[in-house]
Ligand binder design. Structure first.
Ligand code: SF4
Length: 301
């Protein structure tokens, strides 16, 4: 498919329209309301009382007003310091604290307290640990099941450095959905996810599917990928049986992170959704503000 330039607004074009010394404004479709309201405050209080981390906060997610306002959040386990340094990610990089064996129970108690029907849990990468954090992962899934037997789970997992014995721990506890994000197209992987590998992520997804999991993966757009590359990534994901695809606009968390190359229009996202569904994904969430865990409960089927 030809690259549809007319649907893309380049940063250069946006800058040209802006007076000098003024920050480039996001397109109007990316502006969101600041989080407020009773439900939002309740979620925030539970998270802070139980000393939990959420990717919503650590990742500066633009959907906090909507998700927290609806009583849902994505918990981040194994601390809030990551051993990897992906160029797009707002989570801090460094030497993480020791794994906290009480974390699974705290997460499970909070999910129960918040009466979460479908919980999404993710983690930082823990390449410093022999088990890659998979023992805490397993304990967390078991603890949530014990405290909230009616709650379904989506686990957004790392690649465990390709140590398949660690991945097997996730397969053994069988969350309802297991996600692992490709994040970007093949060509940009080295730049965007420095310590990750495109083929290794596909292998994670292939093994999850072979283990009987419902699988999901996400790609951020606006990093400089072409139409052809997005479609190649869709084909690669389908070739390993991925069921659910999420596509959203990449937003630069700070000036130290990779710059946005383009703001992709809502129409273009709609076109990708159509293509993805034709390729056989059961669900495709594709719009500028979509994040991996956005509307996650809809992907139970
Ligand atoms: S989309 Fe995900 S990360 Fe963002 S606020 Fe909602 S639950 Fe949190």
């Amino acid at each position: 498919m030809d690259r549809n330039i007319s649907n893309l607004i380049t940063m250069a074009e946006l800058k040209e329209k802006q007076p000098k010394n003024e920050r480039v404004k996001k397109p109007k479709w990316l502006r969101v309301k600041l989080p407020t309201g009773k439900e939002y405050r309740e979620v925030r209080d539970v998270v802070s009382e139980h000393k939990l981390h959420t990717i919503c906060e650590s990742g500066n997610c633009p959907n906090m007003g909507e998700c927290w306002g609806a009583g849902t959040a994505t918990f981040m386990i194994l601390g809030n310091v990551c051993t990897r340094s992906c160029g797009f990610c707002a989570v801090s990089t460094g030497k993480p604290a020791e794994a906290d064996i009480f974390e699974p129970r705290r997460v499970a108690e909070s999910i129960k307290l918040m009466k979460v029907k479908h919980a999404v849990i993710t983690s930082v990468d823990r390449d410093d640990l022999q088990d890659g954090g998979s023992i805490i992962w397993e304990a967390t899934v078991r603890a949530v099941r014990k405290h909230s037997p009616g709650t379904t789970l989506e686990t957004l997992i790392p690649d465990f450095g390709g140590k398949w014995v660690n991945l097997q721990r996730i397969i053994d506890v069988a969350p309802e959905i297991v996600s692992h994000n490709l994040e970007t197209v093949r060509r940009l992987t080295k730049e965007v996810r420095i310590q990750a590998k495109y083929n290794r992520s596909l292998e994670v997804l292939r093994r999850l599917k072979e283990g009987g999991m419902r699988t999901k993966s996400g790609i951020m757009l606006g990093l400089g990928e072409t139409d052809e590359e997005v479609i190649e990534a869709m084909d690669d994901l389908r070739s390993v049986g991925v069921d659910v695809l999420t596509l959203g606009q990449y937003l630069q968390p700070t000036t130290k992170h990779i710059a946005v190359d383009k703001f992709i229009t809502p129409n273009k996202f709609a076109e990708y959704k159509h293509i993805g569904l034709e390729k056989g994904f059961r669900f495709v969430e594709s719009s500028p503000l979509v994040r991996s865990s956005y509307h996650a409960e809809k992907h139970l089927f």
